[in-house]
Ligand binder design. Sequence first.
Ligand SMILES: [Mg+2]
Length: 480
Amino acid sequence: MNIRPNKKQQPGGILIIDDKLENLKVLSEILKQQGYKVRQAINGISALRAIQSSPPDLILLDIKMPEMDGYEVCQKLKQDSQTQEIPIIFISALNEVWDKVRAFQLGGVDYINKPFQVEEVIARIETQFIIQRQKKQLQAEIEYRQAQEERLKEEIQHRLAKEEQLQEEIQRRKETEEILYQSRALIQSVLNTSMDGIAAFQSIRNTMTGKIMDFRCLVVNPIIGQILKQDRSKLMGKVILKRLLKKIDSSLFEKFVNLVETGTPLIDDIFYHSDDTQGWYHFIAVRLGDGFSIAIRDITDRKKIELDLSRWAKLDGLTQIANRHYFEDFLNQEWQRHLQEQKPISLILCDVDYFKAYNDTYGHLEGDDCLKKVAQAIDQVIQRPGNLLARYGGEEFVIILTQTNLLEAGQIATDIQTSIRILNIPHSQSQVSELLTLSFGISSLIPTKENSTFILIKSADQALYQAKQQGRNCIVTQVD
Ligand SMILES: [Mg+2]
């Protein structure tokens, strides 16, 4: 049996405690020869001090010592957590069983009887060291396994938490997908059932300059297809907008570019016509990502009504010349312009002479026809942009002559009088002529802050009154 310690392993430090110097000496010699590091203590107190300053790996402890015996030393060491793990081998001449039992009860690991056999001492010490090493290895193994178990637990916890996160993520995605699906279904339904045309476009940009070159059609609903008279599938994904807009209005493309660049919505009415369709469309376009969406409504019918209404609102139903309402608007507008420019504006009021008698004689239909002819004749004379002929009352007409003075207005009245004569409409009941004639009252003003359209109309009216007083079929200019 090789009782020498493994060379690789540093032999442990041994502290020998004995009150007999001789014992200390003998034991020290033996153990040093075996390669152990040995220290000595002659009593309990110096032993405790030595242990405190540098704990040995093993203690050989004599029991019978003065002042503090081996049991007490052992007790103190076992009470201190710093020293309680140091193995203690009692070595004593006390051979009673009771002594040995006490030694083991106090925590001794072995008991050697004095006088001792050298081989026995070495073997027992070696055994203790082996036990200590195995204990340490076991402890290390246990700690290693505990640490591994701990890591495994943490790993499991971590994976469980991840699994939970994953489940939550899956649930969230399912919900999002459901919402997305519902939204798509809703959008599809809106697109397909909308009475308005709806489309979305994406900018096509120059990769070098970033400038918008055209737009790609992303979405088109059936109404857009109907307006353009094209199959929807042929529009989707196509870059067609620039070409299409050019046909409608050359400025529209730039307007859409501006909308995308600035985010300012574009609202407008356009007139669209192709070979086999035409109409008015109202549209609202708003920026959508790097592009825009557009809603288009056919307003052709509304536009027609509006145009009819505005014509109807301006025209006299019978004669198809301007009505009195439009005359007033026009006069106010021109008045302001002439006020700024300080130019004369003239008014001619004229009245068909003895028109009641005409109606009584020839009937109302002939009367209406006569008024239409008079209106046409006057209209032809005053045909100049800026002038306006309107029906003022029953058989009364009013003429606005812009940038015209009294003298020029008088000449125009004379021309009208001539053209009426040329109409050659018989009027058997007229007391001034055999033909239909008119009476004229003329006024003219350069607008100032002091006068007004009311004064202009009033003086033309007074002049007309004068013309009637003077026997009709004549022209009277205003008397200031
Ligand atoms: Mg002794």
